[in-house]
Design a protein around this ligand. Structure first.
Ligand SMILES: [Mg+2]
Length: 266
């Protein structure tokens, strides 16, 4: 049995559907965050989106009225990738297809980025690259075909926009490269265990006292299950109790929203 909610020592929050709905904070979210801040209970906001900078999420949370959030409390699939690379290689030298902000984020964490004419690399890394080009595809294919390991930040096929529109995401760029080379990538963001490995290394809390809170079973709750931490589903976003009843992925707790979490632990 999972730890009681009051015994949890670290929380990882999904954002949209859990903390906010678009530009509106979910009822109780601000109370919960300020309670955690007052009690010095560590918490992080996690996003699979590797195209925007962590600083952009700090600004967004500030705009929504969450105060005192720092860069170190934002975790993106780009941060997970940096940690994964540093565990695999002592001084990682990679070929990256990513946005300028992902490139900056990886460089800041000690990852060397190689130019397009590089003869080899420790790895090819693909992000949600809204600046992707045919040249980047060509270089990535050349290196992957030569046996360079193929890693990617997040498995998402699409990034939803307003009104049913979407952008092709990292998973779709990777499908093209996999089709060309016959090599499948290793993804690291949600729902893979590398995401939890990174957060546990950062927070230093025991897995059974660390919780992922989110509104999607196949990403948020699957991350908790794959990483061996506590999964808390909230019904404030995508899923209903009926969806949970029908799913093979079962959360440890199901709550109406973060407001119920706040009321349980305060
Ligand atoms: Mg969500």
């Amino acid at each position: 049995m999972a730890a009681s909610l009051r015994d949890l020592q670290c929380f990882i929050f999904d954002m949209d559907g859990t903390i906010n709905l678009g530009e509106t904070p979910i009822d109780g979210a601000k109370d919960l965050i300020s309670f955690l801040q007052t009690r010095r209970i560590p918490f992080f906001f996690f996003t699979n989106n590797s195209s925007a900078s962590p600083e952009a999420y700090v600004e967004k949370l500030q705009r929504l009225g969450f105060s005192g959030i720092g860069r170190e409390q934002i975790v993106t699939s780009g941060d997970v990738m940096a940690h994964f690379l540093k565990q695999k290689f002592s001084h990682p030298h990679i070929y990256l297809a990513g946005t300028p902000s992902l490139a900056k984020q990886l460089r800041e964490q000690g990852i060397a980025l190689l130019p397009p004419d590089t003869p080899s690399a420790d790895a090819v890394v693909i992000g949600f690259d809204t600046t992707f080009s045919f040249e980047k595809a060509t270089v990535a294919c050349r290196l992957i075909a030569a046996g360079v390991p193929f890693f990617a930040t997040n498995i998402d096929r699409v990034c939803p926009l307003e009104a049913g529109a979407f952008l092709p995401d990292c998973g779709s760029i990777c499908a093209m490269l996999e089709h060309a080379t016959g090599v499948a990538p290793k993804f690291v963001g949600k729902p893979f265990a590398e995401t939890v490995d990174y957060i546990l290394a950062k927070a230093g809390t025991p897995p059974e006292r660390t919780a992922m809170v989110g509104d999607r079973l196949y990403t948020d709750i699957a991350t908790a299950k794959n990483g061996g931490i506590v999964g808390i589903a909230v019904l404030s976003g995508e899923i209903s109790q009926a969806d949970i009843d029908a799913s093979p992925i079962q959360p440890d707790y199901t709550l109406f929203s973060v407001k119920e979490l706040y009321e349980a632990i305060r």
